[in-house]
Design a protein around this ligand. Structure first.
Ligand SMILES: [Zn+2]
Length: 281
């Protein structure tokens, strides 16, 4: 079955739209080499799915970052995505993890959603992490900031090389309120019957047919989702220019080289004296 796809769907006579995301490779690359505890892998999986679902609601080209921050064992976790479904992410721990609820992981904290269009103003939305699941925290965000009734179903499996993450989103269309509310209730009840294993393991068509066969879901062409860090030697050089040549040469005299590591993908960028002199010439 084909993984790492975002499916969008609508219905003939119902004023609700839906999205289904299924991820494997992208998720595995985000958690790969980082040695996160299981509960943190699962949190990043849910955050990844949620970011992908949210990215699909953007009506313009740009980037979105969904960040959780708190005073618990997980200091922060973030996934960055863009309208082409390029994803990267990271979590930072400050203590041993015990438990898997949002409060057990993040303690007292916030979810910060930052939307950065290529053209136009940056938008930031903040909601407190007062619900036990990420899905509920996001539903609260939609209720407060978009005033659009929205439900999310998120599922992850962190079994070694078979790590998978999946999610569903339903959202009312901003049309006739009474009708869309009824339609939403109907589809919400159907979607509530989905099991995590089904979301993770069945192909998209089977999932949607199983849930909505009587309501005729219409699928759009799916969009590919991929891991892409976006770091580069060029961008690292831009950052080094701000440090200044003298400070860099001093560092090289002490350590033999300047080494900059990307926090996201753990790539090392190394510079010797010759490299540094070339940058400033
Ligand atoms: Zn990187």
């Amino acid at each position: 079955m084909q993984k790492d796809l975002l499916h969008r769907y609508i219905f003939d006579n119902l004023d609700v739209r839906g999205e289904l995301v299924q991820l494997q490779q992208t998720f595995q690359e985000i958690i790969g080499n980082h040695d996160y505890p299981d509960a943190v892998q699962a949190l990043l999986g849910e955050l990844l799915v949620a970011t992908s679902l949210l990215t699909a609601t953007l009506k313009f080209e740009g980037e979105i970052a969904v960040q959780l921050q708190g005073d618990g064992p997980v200091k922060y976790a973030v996934i960055n995505g863009d309208h082409q479904q390029n994803m990267r992410g990271i979590a930072r721990l400050q203590d041993d993890v015990d438990g898997s609820s949002i409060q057990e992981l993040l303690g007292q904290g916030y979810m910060v959603l930052t939307i950065t269009p290529i053209k136009g103003e940056r938008y930031q939305g903040i909601v407190p992490l007062t619900k036990p699941t990420l899905a509920e925290c996001l539903e609260m965000y939609f209720e407060q900031s978009e005033q659009l009734q929205t439900r999310l179903w998120l599922a992850t499996s962190t079994q070694s090389e078979h790590a998978k993450a999946s999610g569903l989103l339903l959202q009312v269309l901003p049309v006739d309120q009474a009708k869309s509310k009824e339609d939403f209730k109907h589809l919400e009840a159907l979607t509530d019957t989905i099991k995590a294993e089904e979301m993770l393991n069945l192909d998209a068509h089977t999932v949607l047919t199983r849930l909505y066969h009587e309501d005729n879901p219409k699928l759009f062409e799916p969009q590919h989702i991929q891991y892409r860090c976006g770091c580069s030697r060029e961008k690292t050089i831009d950052a080094l220019v701000n440090v200044g040549m003298d400070a860099l040469l001093e560092d090289i005299a002490q350590h033999g080289e300047v080494k900059i590591s990307c926090h996201y993908c753990l790539t090392d960028y190394r510079f010797n004296e010759q490299d540094v002199r070339a940058i400033f010439n």
